[in-house]
Design a binder for this molecule. Structure first.
Ligand SMILES: Nc1ncnc2c1ncn2[C@@H]1O[C@H](COP(=O)(O)OP(=O)(O)OP(=O)(O)O)[C@@H](O)[C@H]1O
Length: 841
């Protein structure tokens, strides 16, 4: 180029040269920028490798991580007045068998099997289920090149973000507030990010820490330039694709603690399942590593203690148990309650920290534990895990060393937080129980479940209640209790006791009832267990409340007291996700006389008992199973019916030889009296044939409600084909089903073969004169019919007159409703005058 300039020194040539020079400079600049972006990505990856390589307690991610599964969940979209309820209510609860089918592993998380690409993901799990750990693992995957679809991953921790602070840009959020290293050339990197949004993954961990969800989706950020927003607005802008459209969003949250307005709009909802029994064994072996003797004895102790084993399905509680087993003297029993587990573990953490740094905190007594507990309570009240930075450094240092606190760093700041919900809530409970500034009323308000509160309370409140109740009633020997033995807590104990005694469990919603079981369990008192059992209603319902292994353990444990009180119960376990092992335990209890559960899981239980040759329990599980009253609102309520019917008819389980316990078929089918099919327009027509298949087996059915399912003429015809089996049917509701003349013709003939029918509704269908005539012909043969509602159909005065004439021959009938717009008013009035049993509405 210089050579050209020398040869051509004219003005024209100079501009060419300058252009060339400019072009080259631009090229070099682009290369430099590209290198700078590449360097940033490399730097971030190695930073992530450092930050994410270890778990709590210093254990290596590579060596100690257990690949827990995910389950794909679905939402039941509700409208109208139910729309804004807590998410847990809308998550479709899968049966154990469906959960097994819906399992995914980490590598399948971002796979797009549908045609519509998924861009927003919610990772759901209870406290300690391993959401943060899973995300750490995901970041490590990215850092090692396993998520090549993403050039950038930004990890934001909502625990340490101030979501209302109003001076943040998108660039600031991603490059300064995320867990990424400082960026030297943030402008170039950000420009690059904007140029490839579909290669960006943004993760919001601890999303439930956004305290105020109201208006979260209003006023989203609309510009990615330097305009300043609140972090909430930036989240909203990202979520609603106003900024960085095309990027992938992942939020991790506890389902109970978040409103569903955001989650309902997510493309994919994934639940972290916690540890399976095999995972618990694997984790325990990993935890104790090469120390084989300790490993063996720990595993034995955990497996032999059913309560602890059930707790260990929560990874955090599994870690806590292992920590305790590692440090407590051999020969000591395992804790028998959650309060006991946490106070022993917390005391041990503090003790170890004081030993490690004797100059800072020589022993527990010197450490200002009440101050630590007060801090925990202040945080709890504000739904905050953050610790006031003005607290004594000695206290903070010791709490950090003990692992009770943990610190989070961003390129901007470092903040101290309580390490987990259980530890913070135990310390909060200690404050409530032993601080003189807290009165009895306050303790009661945070102890056992409250009858009147209608709102679903968060998980944090549930755990606090268990700890407060556990602490006031505990009889722990000295040295184990975290409470200061010199503080008198008698008055508080008395207040909680009075409150417990006044509880009326029959008024409680299922989720509250479960919490009451937990609180009573934490008291370790046979007196309270018996009191609870005495006051329980005969029909226990956990319907719609997800039951984890420790929930099942606690329910079973307390129900054992029923035999001394000679009480028996029926239990509703529908939509609880109860694992088959849990179902087996509960159904096996003597005090359980009947149970409702998902049909597919019940069949799974029978198969399990049959495989293990447990004929006695199989017989009892078959006899105890009930379907009454059967309300089908979800597809899966009906889908497994044909298998049940097959078992009933063939008197054997699928793929088995005849089973003597099934000699009489399935009692639940034989005895079912009431069935409501409420699948609606969407699923009704498709699943109705499966119901029809089952109807001949329902010999005791008295009440069949099929309103609003659009079964149409073809559905009516199918129903007509089986009606003669329903010898006990008293009520048949076929309102609003698009049934026309063809359908009613078939039905009319068949209805005469239902000897006991008393009430029939064909309200709001499409029956015209021909159909009315068919019905009129059949009417005198329906000997027991009392009420017929055929209003709001399409027949005219012709049809109405035929029906009116037929009524004369039906002396037993009490009412005939036949009003519709096509009948001239005069004709209708005339008919009514002739026979007052004819009614308008
Ligand atoms: N898959 C896993 N393998 C091994 N250990 C795990 C796993 N998941 C969780 N843990 C252990 O459980 C502890 C708690 O997990 P984590 O903090 O990820 O739970 P979380 O669901 O994020 O809880 P929270 O809702 O309270 O934030 C971790 O510190 C780790 O010790």
């Amino acid at each position: 180029m210089l050579r050209t300039a020398y040869l051509n020194p004219s003005g024209m040539t100079t501009s060419v040269i300058l252009l060339n020079l400019y072009g080259s400079a631009l090229h070099i600049l682009t290369i430099v920028k590209r290198k700078c972006v590449k360097d940033y990505i490399h730097h971030t990856q190695s930073y992530m490798r450092d930050v994410c390589c270890s778990m709590r307690g210093g254990m290596g991610m590579e060596s100690h991580y257990v690949d827990a599964h995910l389950v794909q969940r679905k939402l039941l979209i509700k409208s109208g007045k139910n729309a804004n309820k807590c998410l847990e209510k809308e998550l479709v609860v899968l049966s154990d068998s469906e959960r097994k089918k819906a399992k995914l592993d980490r590598s399948q998380l971002f796979h797009n099997s549908d045609s519509k690409p998924k861009q927003s993901f919610a990772l759901l799990g209870k406290a300690g289920a391993g959401k943060t750990t899973f995300i750490q693992r995901l970041c490590l995957d990215w850092a090692s090149g396993s998520l090549p679809q993403f050039q950038f991953v930004f990890l934001l921790n909502c625990k340490i973000l101030d979501l209302t602070q109003s001076n943040c840009s998108l660039k600031g959020l991603l490059l300064d507030l995320s867990m990424s290293p400082r960026c030297e050339d943030s402008d170039s990197v950000f420009k690059h990010i904007l140029s490839c949004p579909d290669e960006v993954l943004i993760i919001f961990d601890s999303f439930d820490h956004i305290k105020d969800f109201e208006g979260l989706l209003q006023s989203p950020a609309k510009s990615h330039t330097n305009t300043k927003y609140t972090i909430k607005q930036l989240f909203s802008g990202l979520f609603q694709k106003e900024i960085l459209s095309g990027c992938t969003l992942l939020i991790a949250t506890r389902p109970k603690d978040v409103l569903n307005q955001v989650l309902r709009k997510m493309d994919s909802l994934l639940e972290l399942c916690g540890f399976s029994p095999e995972d618990i064994e694997l984790y325990t072996s990993k935890y104790f590593g090469d120390n084989t003797s300790l490993q063996e004895s720990a595993l034995k102790q955990i497996k032999n203690d059913r309560y602890i084993f059930s707790l260990c399905s929560n990874p955090l509680l599994c870690w806590t148990t292992c920590f305790l087993l590692e440090h407590q003297e051999s020969g000591n029993d395992l804790p028998s309650t959650l309060t006991d587990l946490y106070q022993r573990a917390t005391s041990k953490h503090l003790q170890l920290a004081s030993l490690e740094n004797s100059s800072l905190c020589k022993n527990r007594k010197l450490l200002d534990i009440p101050q630590l507990c007060k801090m925990a309570w202040e945080g709890f009240k504000n739904h905050d895990t953050h610790v006031n930075p003005a607290s004594s450094t000695e206290l903070l240092d010791c709490a950090l060393k003990s692992g009770i606190l943990t610190s989070f760093k961003t390129s901007e700041c470092q903040k101290n937080h309580f390490a987990d919900l259980f530890t913070q809530n135990l310390l909060s409970a200690v404050h409530l129980v032993q601080s003189k500034q807290v009165n009895e009323k306050m303790v009661v308000a945070n102890s056992v479940v409250h009858q009147k509160k209608r709102k679903v309370q968060g998980e944090s409140q549930d755990v606090l209640q268990r700890f407060v109740t556990g602490l006031v009633f505990q009889k722990a020997p000295d040295g184990v209790s975290i409470l200061d033995s010199s503080v008198n807590i008698k008055a508080k104990r008395k207040a909680v006791e009075t409150h417990l005694e006044s509880m009326k469990p029959n008024d409680l919603l299922p989720a509250r009832l479960l919490e009451l079981f937990h609180c009573v369990y934490e008291t370790s008192s046979a007196k309270f267990a018996k009191l609870l059992l005495k006051n329980l209603p005969d029909n226990l319902s956990f319907y719609g409340t997800q039951l984890c292994p420790s929930d099942v353990y606690v329910i079973c444990h307390l129900l054992q007291y029923a035999s001394t009180l000679k009480r028996t119960f029926s239990i509703n376990l529908q939509d609880t996700c109860i694992p088959i092992s849990g179902l087996k335990e509960l159904v096996g209890l003597q005090c359980i006389k009947a149970f409702w559960a998902h049909t597919a899981d019940t069949i799974g239980l029978w198969e399990d008992l049959h495989r293990s040759n447990d004929e006695l329990n199989l017989k009892s599980a078959i006899e105890k199973f009930t379907l009454h009253p059967f309300k089908a609102t979800e597809g899966y309520h009906i889908e497994s019916l044909p298998v049940l019917v097959q078992i009933h008819r063939e008197k054997k389980l699928p793929m088995s030889e005849p089973v003597s316990a099934l000699d009489e078929g399935v009692p639940a089918l034989r005895h079912l009296q009431r069935l409501e099919f409420e699948l609606g327009v969407q699923n009704g027509p498709e699943l109705f044939p499966k119901l029809v298949e089952a109807l001949p087996s329902l010999q005791s059915l008295q009440h069949l409600d099929l309103e609003k399912n659009q079964i149409g003429d073809s559905g009516a015809e199918k129903l007509a084909g089986v009606l003669h089996y329903l010898k006990c049917l008293k009520l048949l509701n076929l309102s609003q089903n698009l049934i026309g003349d063809a359908g009613v013709e078939k039905l009319a003939k068949a209805l005469a073969s239902v000897p006991s029918l008393q009430s029939l509704s064909l309200y709001g269908n499409a029956i015209a004169d021909i159909g009315a005539e068919h019905l009129a012909l059949a009417l005198p043969d329906m000997n027991f019919l009392l009420d017929l509602n055929i209003a709001f159909n399409k027949f005219t005065d012709l049809g109405a007159k035929k029906l009116g004439a037929a009524l004369k021959n039906c002396t037993g009938m009490k009412s005939l409703e036949l009003w519709n717009d096509c009948i001239p008013y005069g004709v209708f009035e005339h008919l009514r005058l002739q026979d007052p049993r004819i009614r308008s509405l």
